[in-house]
Design a protein around this ligand. Structure first.
Ligand SMILES: Cc1cc2nc3c(=O)[nH]c(=O)nc-3n(C[C@H](O)[C@H](O)[C@H](O)COP(=O)(O)OP(=O)(O)OC[C@H]3O[C@@H](n4cnc5c(N)ncnc54)[C@H](O)[C@@H]3O)c2cc1C
Length: 394
């Protein structure tokens, strides 16, 4: 792995940075912490699409650019640095497309990939994996999809489905082998579901930041065409494990509260030394320097995972290590910022004396989710131990 970027990569980074600078100047969006992957603006996604920045690693035959993952990581780092509004295409770009390229039928690839790459209307996706009793243990899903002629009939409940209220399609994991003696890892399948299908109800959940980001989704005899099946019947669990590598590997796992860290450093630079004791300043310097070192490590882990994908290798252990480390780092930024700022850290955006533009209060409310969504730290450590280090299961 190279530890420096090539001239072409640096030029690409500068191009992205310049584009984002002009968009911020034009007032398209502002840089603030909160829910990074809000259902976003399709107009902004289209601007990226025009530049070939959606599906940029995908094969050219499906509208992609065939560019390396390291370049995609550069693009994502710049987008997250300013918290650009990429929610419209983000999930489709990050994991739906790569999963379709690996497992999808020719019809699915031709139907979905070029539309995602163009950020066409009607291709926002959500991920229908977790259920009330199946999160870490996805093999325990109980939603069912039963074949009936040219259709499947879906029943069951999903939960924590980010952006389901704004999604056109859902990527669903459901049991297809209902024989109770079936191997639990070989009895579920993946489907693409049109969210407007009769029998699907989306019910928003308000999170502790007061936002409706995720949802409960209910299926009651929802009839979906058999061509919605992705890959092989009953191979859904194995497929999803490969797909999760893409979900875990990205720089969004390091940079959900990036503007907060930048502001914290600026705050300490701006603080009048006569207003704080020297012991406090020394302690704060030490803590923030430690965070800077951890940010550097997290960044290297993300780029190492991208480089591993570019080598044609499965990045399972690297992606797990990356997410486990980076999301804990993000929580440490929150902890440290609140220790440095004190009780005012809780004052939310919109109040004159909320510190760091209210980004800290927002990050504190979102913080607990960092280490859960996409796989908890404990589960990721299990993957590093078993798949990365080859340690025994017991
Ligand atoms: C903000 C947010 C957005 C989300 N978006 C989506 C989405 O769009 N689609 C979707 O399908 N899901 C989504 N999720 C759900 C997420 O994937 C699950 O929360 C996650 O997989 C953990 O599952 P769980 O919540 O059921 O917790 P559980 O699996 O019940 O885990 C509870 C605790 O037990 C620990 N634990 C579980 N198993 C083990 C083990 N084997 N060894 C050691 N410890 C273990 C966990 O680490 C955790 O601390 C989202 C979650 C959040 C917070």
């Amino acid at each position: 792995m190279r530890f420096t970027f090539t001239e072409a990569q640096e030029a690409f980074r500068a191009e992205v940075r310049e584009f984002l600078r002009s968009e911020i100047e034009a007032g398209t969006f502002s840089t603030q912490c909160g829910d990074l992957i809000q259902p976003g603006s399709r107009e902004f996604s289209q601007k990226l699409a025009e530049r070939g920045w959606i599906g940029m690693t995908w094969p050219r035959e499906y509208g992609g650019q065939g560019r390396p993952y390291v370049e995609k990581a550069i693009l994502m780092e710049e987008l997250f640095r300013v918290q650009a509004p990429i929610g419209y295409h983000f999930l489709a770009d990050r994991q739906v497309g790569p999963a379709l390229i690996h497992f999808g039928s020719e019809w699915q690839k031709e139907h979905f990939l070029p539309r995602i790459v163009r950020a066409d209307e009607g291709v926002a996706f959500c991920l229908l994996f977790s259920e009330p009793n199946a999160g870490s243990d996805l093999a325990g899903v109980t939603a069912t999809a039963v074949r009936d002629g040219d259709d499947y009939i879906v029943n069951g409940q999903k939960v924590w489905t980010s952006a389901a209220h704004a999604a056109d399609y859902g990527w669903l994991l459901a049991k297809t082998d209902l024989d109770s003696s079936a191997n639990r890892y070989e009895s579920a399948s993946e489907f693409i579901v049109d969210m407007k299908t009769p029998g699907i109800t989306v019910r928003p959940i308000v999170n502790m930041a007061g936002q409706s980001h995720f949802n409960e989704v209910f299926f009651e005899n929802a009839r979906i065409p058999a061509k919605s099946l992705v890959g092989e019947e009953n191979a859904g669990f194995k497929q999803i494990m490969a797909q999760m590598d893409y979900e875990r590997a990205g720089l969004e796992r390091l940079m959900q509260n990036y503007p907060l860290f930048e502001q914290l450093k600026q705050h300490l630079r701006d603080t009048d030394p006569s207003e704080t004791p020297e012991a406090f300043r020394a302690w704060a310097r030490d803590q923030v320097a430690q965070l800077e070192i951890e940010y550097g490590i997290g960044r290297l882990l993300c780029y190492h995972t991208a480089w591993t994908i570019d080598q044609g290798k499965a990045p399972t252990a690297q992606a797990a290590m990356c997410k486990a480390f980076c999301t804990q780092y993000e929580q440490r930024v929150n902890d440290m910022a609140s220790q440095i700022l004190g009780p005012v850290c809780q004052i939310r955006r919109g109040v004159a004396w909320s510190p760091l533009r209210g980004d800290l209060a927002e990050s504190l409310l979102w913080g607990p989710s960092y280490t859960l969504q996409g796989g908890s730290v404990e589960v990721l450590k299990n993957i590093v131990a078993l798949r990365g280090l080859g340690l025994p299961r017991k």
